[in-house]
Ligand binder design. Sequence first.
Ligand code: HEM
Length: 512
Amino acid sequence: MILEILSFATLLALPAILLAIVVYAALTVKRAFFSPLSTIPGPFLNKLSNLPLRYHTMTGSYHSYTTQLHAKYGEVVRVGTDFVSLSSTSDTRLVLATHAFRKGPSYTIGMMLAENSFSTTNPELNKVRRRQIGDAFAVHTMRAVEDLVVDAGANSLIKVWDAALAEQGDKARINYFYSFHRAGFDVIGALGFGQSFNILQTGNTEVIDNMQNAIHLKVLTSMIPFSRFVPALFKEEKQSQNATVQLIRDTIDMRKKLISETGKPPQIDVLQKFIDAKDPVTGEMLADKSLMSEIFLMLVAGTDTTSNTLSWVMMQLMHHPYVYQRVTEEVRTTFPDTSQTISFSEAKSKLPYLSAVIHETMRINPSVAGFLPRCAPAEGATIQGHYIPADAQICVSTAACQRNPRTWKNPETFDPERFLGQDSAERLKDLLTFSSGVRVCIGRNLAWLELYTVLANVLRRYDFELPEDAPYGAHKLSNLGIPVEIPSESFIVTSPVNPKVNCWVNVSLAKV
Ligand code: HEM
């Protein structure tokens, strides 16, 4: 009886199912071949479905995938049913220049605490927030916090590497990826949480693990939205998220308590700037949840971005011995007095070759390599003769832009010289590593402060060389005759794959 009812129901439902399939197929064909995007070149499958794009975004290969697609299809590529990717710097700059191209809806998926300056797709909120917290990353603030950054960054690295040398002898084997990563968190601890997390020196990575789990949870809940309401799912991740939120709450409470007890903040740092943040136009301060969300963002946006840049610099130096030779010579002859810490302003103004090395690393290994979707404006946009309608999104592939042979000569070659010549100022304009326009990275002054002080001081103090068993290095050449880079994966931030194996160097005290 039940079977009869079921087969009768199936019979009734069959036409509806068939109709749905036909309608879906017709809409897919219409979108693929009869929408304004249909004239834009791209792989056949990507016109029919967003699955290839999602696959590459979720497996961390978006940056290399889009670079390959642009090499094959040109500077404007249809990468999904309603997604277009660009590899021309000038087109990309145009998209990023104003709020006309808003951030796409994926920025808000699985949002934690409250909207923040990075996640908001609302231009008005972003403008208010940038006015409120901009001062925390201004040049004058960076000058005030330089000692904190140097202590938690360069000086801590030196302490830990010196201790490794004392233990291991003339040469110590260190993992530069984990060292820089931990230093990156310690710097953000010192500036945003009242004190260094001391991860480098204690090896206690709880803060890092909790933050990474919290981000993992964001990704999981965006893929499986109902999981938020099932307590048994992703228990560990949820505990980590709670621990991170609690850490932020405790930090703010402790600072406020200190101020109420002593009448003044114990130090000027980014945390204090956030607590005091006031919109100079409206006088509005940050509400509690927004304050917490901005501090959480600092932990996410201010750590791996900078520390991975340091790792990519180290990888490139180890792969290009003549560049390494020249940069260490520059640092050591310019600053021979090893008892003096090299300051940010000294390093920036007196070490042009180091600057060129950092810029070239940021070009070829940008630590934020792409996706960053933007919505086309209501009236649509025309890029290189292609009309992009309002319901389409434009992806920013920094990786593809910065390896575009129409913009960069021999783009696959690591060549700091390109940032030294007469047209180096022009070259710098083509770098999109910190993005560009109205949503340009707000923390770039802090990133520069950390990059220069760490690199200048450790390159002067230590000699670095790859261990004999290093899987990648100057010895391993591609068919272009250039060193094969450590493979990378990009989950918003681009990291070397398998750093446990790939990111070792031997350090010894510099022979001067
Ligand atoms: C080398 C290091 C860094 C790189 C390469 C980098 C890169 C970027 C990029 C590409 C964006 C634009 C993202 C988008 O449009 O979706 C961005 C935005 C942002 N970055 Fe950075 N960043 C770095 C360091 C930092 C640091 C140290 C902080 C703060 C502690 C920070 C805070 C932010 C914030 C708050 C935004 C959002 C700005 C907005 O949307 O208005 N970044 N960063």
